[in-house]
Design a protein around this ligand. Structure first.
Ligand SMILES: Cc1cc2nc3c(=O)[nH]c(=O)nc-3n(C[C@H](O)[C@H](O)[C@H](O)COP(=O)(O)O)c2cc1C
Length: 178
């Protein structure tokens, strides 16, 4: 892997909200999920759980729980990621910011997005209202909903890498301390 390969993948990834009407092959989905668990996590707690929604009715109900996602039913698969706040670290003596378990789950979502890009699958993170999505999946209290990820095969028109990303100039986002 070279930096150029990585840069190309990062540039090719963009949020895709409309997909082909075609289910994702099981092996492809498993590759995406296997990539998620390679994410780093605080004290290697691996606090993530992936709820894979293929069922149209359940996807429609989950769409009702989205903050801005009235296109969720168009995803072949919608993966809701939750954080198990009761996940245990190998070393109990470690003290860390409890939010870091949630950050770890966010990294896992990013790993899925990158794997999807490499596999020519479009993806888009969709924010979910915590209470309704938690209730819909009948989650235990120690699970926190992190977000949902739409996945689906790219439409022909989306296959061209856009290369364009609306980003602030780096100078606005970075401060160097001498
Ligand atoms: C934490 C997070 C929440 C997001 N929530 C939504 C959402 O609810 N609906 C949506 O359409 N896009 C959502 N997005 C996608 C962003 O709008 C998108 O990443 C951003 O506009 C930059 O575009 P790009 O992903 O194509 O580079 C979310 C992204 C992140 C990281």
């Amino acid at each position: 892997m070279t930096y150029e390969n990585l840069l190309e993948m990062l540039q090719n990834r963009r949020s895709i909200r409309y997909f082909q009407d075609k289910p994702i092959d099981k092996e492809v989905l498993e590759k995406i999920l296997a990539s998620a668990v390679l994410a780093p996590s605080v004290a290697n707690t691996q606090p993530w759980h992936f709820h894979v929604l293929d069922n149209a009715e359940l996807k429609a109900k989950m769409m009702e729980c989205s903050c801005y996602g009235n296109f969720v039913t168009g995803a072949a698969t919608f993966v809701v990621v939750t954080c198990d706040k009761a996940a245990k670290a190998a070393t109990q003596s470690t003290i860390w910011n409890p939010r870091e378990m949630e950050y770890s789950c966010a990294i896992a979502i990013h790993c899925m997005m990158l794997a999807a890009t490499a596999l020519d699958i479009g993806s888009c993170w969709v924010s979910l209202h915590h209470g309704p999505s938690h209730n819909l999946l009948k989650l235990p209290d120690h699970h926190v909903v992190i977000g949902g990820l739409m996945l689906g095969y790219l439409k022909e028109a989306e296959k061209m890498p856009s290369g364009e990303h609306e980003r602030k100039p780096l100078t606005e986002s970075v401060t160097y301390y001498a």
